[in-house]
Write a protein that binds this ligand. Structure first.
Ligand SMILES: Cc1cc2nc3c(=O)[nH]c(=O)nc-3n(C[C@H](O)[C@H](O)[C@H](O)COP(=O)(O)OP(=O)(O)OC[C@H]3O[C@@H](n4cnc5c(N)ncnc54)[C@H](O)[C@@H]3O)c2cc1C
Length: 385
């Protein structure tokens, strides 16, 4: 299976070649390492550079900032192929989000400073929105950046931050004006190396995504130059977040499709092999109908995300449609994992079969990137005009 539908107009030969490269790279360098990454709770730092060397990261970055000037389609392929390989450890999803913030809102100097490293894997990125006291209600963040001459002094804490332990740069969602609500939110980039007052907490223990480093972050009088603000002026953060969230949300749906394709392939092979009552598990009508239902859902999702990628590339992916993709994609993913696991019987509950891990890894897709309840709120708002 591949990300593409047969008739997707956004797909060109370069995309197909890129997909082949990514699939081979992940088969060689990702799949054999997943179990070890899970054990250590973090992906090898070297893996980032290996992927960078193959040109599989930062597909949308223009040449002058270290990329090859493709579009969102290339990032979509990388994300899909990672899901198709059944991995949730490598935090590329966040890396691509940060890349798009930087390319859209960064100054020339910022793009030149961080762009090439983000594409090569020398720089790993994170974005820190969520705080212990606030997740869904983003404009209520408490982390505060006080202007002091040509510096910001940042105080506060963040939690659940993907790539939190690896990250060399982090976009921190802060308040620069505590009294201005959403208009007081600004995005400030910190460079973590040797940064005084910045501390990473525990690598959080999770139900799934165990190979990803998910961290608490603490800021105590952290000083960064005001030149690290993203965008020309303070107070743009909320608007910037709202503009970038459609990519993050579509990406979650693309990951869901990758996982579904992987789980279906594993389940089809298993049910063709395993026997009960003198016949293959595949020969029971229940199995055939379940697989038929799941395959249908996979194709519906494939069509929807291909349309989403085309809209995104045309600058026409609206918040409600991206929310539909995220909500429906992640729910479908969880339904499919549940049904696939059942078809494995007791073996489905054993960690040596990937379906057990995929089941656990899938759950968070309904939570991060905005919970599915928030997605439904956004969709409802587009109806109730
Ligand atoms: C593995 C993992 C990785 C993550 N990575 C990152 C990251 O890299 N960066 C980052 O900033 N964050 C990250 N997050 C945080 C994630 O985005 C938040 O957990 C999520 O947005 C929900 O926020 P919350 O946990 O505070 O839940 P809350 O906002 O407290 O929500 C609790 C419940 O209330 C519901 N609810 C809240 N508001 C409403 C409403 N208006 N209407 C109906 N229901 C509502 C929610 O849907 C949910 O069911 C990650 C989380 C996890 C688990």
């Amino acid at each position: 299976m591949s990300l593409f539908t047969e008739t997707a107009a956004w797909v060109e030969d370069e995309h197909r070649m890129f997909a082949d490269t990514a699939r081979k790279l992940f088969a060689d360098e990702m799949t054999p390492n997943i179990d070890r990454w899970i054990e250590q709770g973090i992906v090898d730092r070297e893996f980032w550079r290996t992927v960078g060397a193959q040109g599989v990261m930062g597909g949308a970055v223009p040449e002058q900032y270290g990329g090859f000037g493709g579009g969102y389609g290339f990032d979509a392929i990388t994300v899909y192929e990672q899901g198709r390989a059944g991995d949730t450890g490598w935090g590329y999803g966040i890396q691509t989000i940060v890349i798009h913030y930087l390319m859209n809102y960064g100054s020339e100097e910022q793009k030149k400073r961080w762009g090439p490293g983000l594409v090569s894997g020398d720089i790993v990125a994170a974005i820190a929105m969520t705080e212990p006291g606030t997740g869904s209600d983003l404009q209520a963040v408490q982390t505060y950046a006080e202007r002091d001459g040509n510096q910001y002094k940042i105080n506060g804490s963040k939690t659940f931050i993907t790539n939190g332990h690896t990250a060399d740069i982090i976009i921190v969602v802060t308040k620069t004006d505590r009294n201005a609500g959403a208009k007081g939110v600004s995005l400030i980039v910190i460079e973590t190396e040797g940064l005084e007052g910045f501390r990473r907490g525990r690598n959080l223990k999770k139900l799934g995504m165990k190979a990803n480093d998910t961290a608490e972050l603490f800021f105590e009088d952290v000083r960064v130059p005001t030149a690290n603000l993203l965008g020309p002026e303070e107070g743009q953060g909320f608007y910037q977040l709202m503009n970038q969230l459609p990519w993050e949300r579509l990406m979650i749906a693309i990951t869901a499709l990758g996982f579904i394709d992987f789980a279906l392939a594993e389940t089809i092979a298993y049910t063709q092999d395993r026997k009960a009552f003198g016949q293959r598990i595949m020969d029971f009508q229940n199995t055939r109908f379940k697989l038929a239902e799941m395959k249908t859902k996979a194709e519906l999702l494939r069509s929807f995300v291909n349309d989403g990628i085309a809209r995104l590339e045309a600058g026409k992916l609206d918040a409600a449609t991206a929310s539909m993709a995220k909500y429906w994609g992640s729910e479908t993913q969880n339904q499919v994992m549940h049904e696939c696991l059942q078809l494995f019987g007791g073996y489905g509950f054993m960690m040596e079969y990937p379906i057990a891990r995929l089941y656990a890894d899938s759950r968070v897709q309904m939570i991060y990137g905005g919970t599915n309840e928030i997605m439904k709120e956004l969709i409802a708002r587009s109806i109730d005009v």
